[in-house]
Ligand binder design. Structure first.
Ligand code: BES
Ligand code: MN
Ligand code: ZN
Length: 494
């Protein structure tokens, strides 16, 4: 889909629909909205006067303007003006785009509001929201493809705003939305079509096209280098595990930022197999890995002046005659021994080796890992906030602020020393599962053993990474969290 900033005279601008974003309580139309109202014979002021526009988030109306150059007006609500944030702009813009598409329109024209934030931020917010809202995945359909509705282009009008700034924002938004779409497609492919090797090859293709250095450690190299916990998780599968690494160097000699993502391409639970109902969702257990790769791709496309390295430990967690058994003890990359008391707590195992490897081989300034790690984080926080933990409070605070602004909320969970007790093993240095109580924190406490003194952020996206509903600019399915938040953190000089 094509997104362009246009300069147009409303009287002569032919478009199937003109979309306006209005806050609740709008009584008086100004600027372009007033002009549009006039050209459309007062249909918009009519809506307001009748009191049919309540302005609640999620509300959208279509009005017809037979005499105007634009054929319709879509009014999408921003909610209460005193509560207005960039997120309301994203929601209203995404909603307008979904509305236009569902009407079967090939295109529409959105009038950018001129309040809330800077021109560049507004451009970016509507750019990403419109494109994210239009994501569809029809790869596996063969029937009724003619019924698929798709917007071909969207024009943006931004009267009174710095046009270069808006254009820059739109471009940033488009890069982020494209990286997220790539991640979403990988996540939606079923496990048999996205094995560890498939993910590695897909990452190689995308990374090399952008001039990144792509390194894939296969089974023999993992053995030679001692990434035994990653190998252990993958040993029950016919699809061998691998470690995917992409290096983007935009920052000269500075220490890189390391972005690590859990890449379990399917999580059956292993011998401690998961219950049948709902297991199909576990194709999504590589969402953190997909996000990590998307982040480095976005950084490269944006030409960010930093060094960023993505590392994804990829494996399939299967039961078999060769699978790990509860009670097996494995020596991790860093040398710590781990008793695997639960084969379904495999994410922390693959991440332990990836984090150890990153600290030693990448020597990053700081690390952020992202993982669909624990069901417990969804129980604690629901679907609208990722769990945020770490060993550096300043880094956590900065991330929480940036993530909120990016529209990807996080909420910090504590990492009190006492939780160490939960992961003490009777026979090894650590065990991987400390029971149901506080599993999200137990898992983070486990990971902390592998990062040493490197500043580290841990994002548990098991809840926030998947949306069960279509809402605003967020279609049902994988959300792409935390791509926008982490790229912003890097952009903000993190
Ligand atoms: N991949 C799961 C966590 C998960 C659950 C992600 C739901 C997304 C949605 C993880 O590997 C896992 O199996 N965790 C277990 C831990 C325990 C039973 C060992 C869990 O959370 O149930
Ligand atoms: Mn599991
Ligand atoms: Zn898992």
């Amino acid at each position: 889909m094509q997104l362009s900033l246009v300069q147009a005279d409303l009287g002569a601008h032919n478009t199937p629909a003109l979309a306006l974003l209005l806050p609740a309580g709008t009584l008086e139309l100004t600027g372009l909205a007033a002009e549009a109202d006039k050209a459309a014979g007062g249909v918009i002021s009519g809506l307001l006067k009748q009191g049919d526009f309540r302005g609640k988030p999620g509300e959208a109306h279509v009005l017809y303007a037979p005499q105007a150059a634009f054929e319709r007006v879509i009014v999408s609500a921003l909610g209460k003006p005193e509560k207005l944030t960039l997120e309301h702009v994203r929601d209203a813009a995404g909603r307008a785009a979904v509305f236009a598409r569902d009407l079967g329109l090939p295109s529409f024209t959105l009038v950018l509001p001129d309040f809330v934030a800077s021109a560049e931020e507004l451009g970016r917010a509507v750019g990403e929201a419109i494109l994210l809202s239009q994501f569809q995945f029809n790869t596996y359909r063969t029937k009724e493809l003619d019924d698929v509705k798709e917007l071909k282009h969207v024009d943006i009008l931004a009267p009174g705003l710095d046009q270069d700034a808006v254009r820059r924002g739109l471009e940033t938004g488009a890069v982020l939305a494209e990286a997220i779409a790539t991640a979403r497609r990988w996540i939606l492919h079923p496990g048999h079509n996205l094995t560890p090797n498939d993910l590695a090859e897909a990452a190689r293709k995308e990374g090399e096209a952008l001039g990144l250095t792509v390194t894939i450690l296969g089974k023999a190299q993992l053995e030679a280098q001692g990434l035994r916990t990653l190998l252990a998780v993958g040993q029950g599968s016919v699809h061998e595990p691998c470690l995917i690494r992409l290096d983007y160097r935009g920052g000269g000699d500075e220490a890189p930022i390391a972005v690590v993502g859990k890449g379990v391409t399917f999580d059956t639970g292993g011998l401690q197999i998961k219950p049948g109902p709902g297991m199909e969702k576990m194709k999504y257990d590589m969402a953190g890995g997909a996000a990590a790769i998307a982040i480095v791709l976005a950084c490269a496309r944006l030409g960010i002046k930093r060094n960023v390295t993505a590392v994804v430990p990829a494996a399939e967690n299967m039961p078999s005659g060769n699978a790990i058994k509860p009670s097996d003890v494995v020596t991790s990359y860093t040398g710590l021994t781990i008793e695997i008391n639960d084969t379904d707590a495999e994410g922390r195992l693959v991440l332990a080796d990836a984090l150890g490897y990153v600290v030693k081989e990448v020597k990053p300034a700081w690390i952020v890992d992202m993982a669909t790690l624990t069901g417990s984080v969804g129980v604690a926080l629901g679907k609208r906030a990722m769990g945020v933990m770490g060993n550096d409070q300043a880094l956590v605070d900065r991330f929480l602020r940036v993530a909120e602004h990016a529209g990807e909320r996080g909420w910090q969970l504590p990492m009190f020393d006492e939780y160490e007790e939960n992961i003490q093993s009777d026979i090894a240095d650590l065990k991987n599962y400390g029971g149901r109580w506080g599993d999200t924190v137990n898992a983070a406490t486990f990971l902390q053993h592998f990062v040493g003194k490197t500043p580290w952020l841990h994002l548990d996206i098991a809840g926030a990474g998947w949306s069960d509903t279509d809402r605003g600019y967020r279609p049902k399915g994988p959300t792409g969290t935390p791509v926008r938040a982490v790229v912003d953190m890097i952009l903000a000089g993190g």
